[in-house]
Design a protein around this ligand. Structure first.
Ligand SMILES: Cc1cc2nc3c(=O)[nH]c(=O)nc-3n(C[C@H](O)[C@H](O)[C@H](O)COP(=O)(O)OP(=O)(O)OC[C@H]3O[C@@H](n4cnc5c(N)ncnc54)[C@H](O)[C@@H]3O)c2cc1C
Length: 410
């Protein structure tokens, strides 16, 4: 494990800091408290402007090829920029899926025409992409999806339903995977498409989340026509294309953000428990020490992945550890903070509640983080199988034609 930047990395970090100093304000050292994750028109507008500025100065799509607007940089440089950007008060990033997942998939599988048409507008924040993968009956087992695409002349006609589609209500395009041949085993009969979200037959319904925000949607597809030149990859190659997008998702999902061990420690110094300062209680100190230890584990796991990247390797499935541990820890800290608040823990109004309802908001956000981009159980399976080398989950439907799998097991 290497803790320091190479000379090139240090030079890039200095360049990134100079750009950020010139274009954004630094977060206060003690900045603690709630920050809304709601995406209203103002938040989206600010996010677009920040994306355009980064693109114009070469600080997004850092590892993209120059011909698509990138800077031919490395994944490590992209990580360095993200580390530095996190120290500044910048708009929420709505372009992770576009720039970090959709376009890298396009560049891997698309034709030169497709990548040439779509990459730049995505990089500059002019066109936003969403990921149309999950369905009511297909999430962890994505290959069980049932949305159908049938060939009709030069078009495909798509029918089905997607769900939990982040940002679908303001996305211009979606990366869609659909079943094109149900007579093949489930991982084989799929094809991947670029869907123009403004096509007739696309109906987007926002889902109201427990936090009161509506950042993801149901998407209903009724006789939607997609021209064949918007197919990504060959017919039947949809699973391989989807895997590319999922592999890129690993870089994007990241750790859960919110109050950490230092924050709950600071709060426990002022909060009272049974009439005494909470920090005097041995069980409180024990919990905080546990979270601190977990954070140190996360820090060194992160450094291990970064060392691999810096030496030209790729981060392995151990990246799953970061999301698994950070999301669970966030939920525990948030619940504990709300408990310490006593009756005040029930107040959600940011202006009234202590720390602007930071713990309350995290209580409502953390469960989603434990599901999005792979649930806890799926991440544990990945760690067990691919990191620890344990035997794989039994897969009873392997090799069976999709339309012969009993409906209850699809
Ligand atoms: C905030 C958020 C944003 C999202 N954004 C998107 C998006 O933009 N696009 C998109 O396509 N999807 C998106 N999703 C959907 C997400 O990918 C799925 O919710 C996730 O993959 C889980 O699928 P599921 O909800 O169908 O649950 P299921 O797969 O039905 O799982 C139900 C339960 O069973 C467990 N389980 C399932 N299989 C196994 C197994 N083999 N072993 C042990 N336990 C198992 C799961 O862990 C879970 O506890 C988002 C979800 C959230 C919460």
């Amino acid at each position: 494990m290497d803790f320091s930047d190479t000379a090139e990395e240090a030079a890039f970090r200095a360049e990134a800091r100079a750009f950020l100093d010139a274009n954004a304000a630094r977060k206060a050292a003690s900045a603690r408290g709630y920050r809304s994750r709601a995406l209203d028109a103002q938040a989206i507008g600010e996010s677009r402007l920040w994306q355009a500025r980064k693109a114009a100065c070469g600080f997004t799509g850092i590892h993209w090829p120059r011909r698509y607007g990138g800077r031919d940089g490395t994944q490590m440089q992209a990580i360095i920029f993200a580390q530095e950007e996190a120290r500044y008060d910048v708009p929420v990033n709505i372009f992770n899926q576009s720039v970090g997942m959709a376009m890298p998939t396009m560049m891997t599988w698309g034709t030169a025409e497709q990548a040439g048409r779509f990459a730049r507008p995505a990089l500059f924040g002019e066109e936003l992409w969403c990921q149309l993968f999950s369905e009511p009956g297909a999430g962890s087992d994505l290959a069980g999806l049932r949305t159908r695409a049938a060939r009709d002349g030069d078009d495909w006609v798509v029918n089905g339903q997607k769900v939990w589609t982040s940002n679908a209500h303001f996305a211009q395009f979606g990366m869609l995977v659909a079943r094109t041949d149900p007579s093949l085993p489930k991982h084989q009969g799929m094809t991947f498409f670029i869907l123009d979200m403004r096509s007739p037959g696309v109906e987007v319904r926002q889902i109201r989340q427990i936090s009161g925000t509506s950042n993801f949607c149901e998407v209903f597809l009724s006789d939607v026509r997609i021209p064949d030149h918007h197919r990504l990859g060959a017919i039947g190659q949809g699973w391989a294309v989807a895997l590319t997008m999922l592999a890129n998702e690993r870089f994007v999902v990241g750790e859960a953000e919110g109050p950490g061990a230092e924050d709950i420690l600071a709060f426990a110094e002022s909060a009272t428990l049974d009439g005494q300062p909470a920090l005097q209680d041995a069980s409180v100190r024990e919990k905080i020490a546990d979270w601190y230890v977990q954070e140190q584990g996360l820090k060194y796991t992160r450094l291990r992945s970064q060392t691999a990247l810096s030496r030209g390797g790729v981060p392995g499935p151990e990246a799953s550890i970061a999301k698994l541990v950070s999301a669970t820890k966030l939920q525990q800290i948030a619940m504990f903070g709300v408990d310490l608040l006593g009756q005040g823990g029930a107040v959600m109004e940011p202006g009234t509640a202590p720390l602007n309802a930071w713990f309350q908001e995290a209580v409502l956000y953390a469960p989603g983080k434990r599901i999005a981009g792979g649930t806890d159980e799926i991440l544990r399976n990945i760690i067990a199988e691919r990191v620890l080398g344990m035997p794989p989950d039994p897969r009873a439907d392997k090799g069976i034609a999709f339309n012969e799998i009993p409906t209850s097991a699809r």
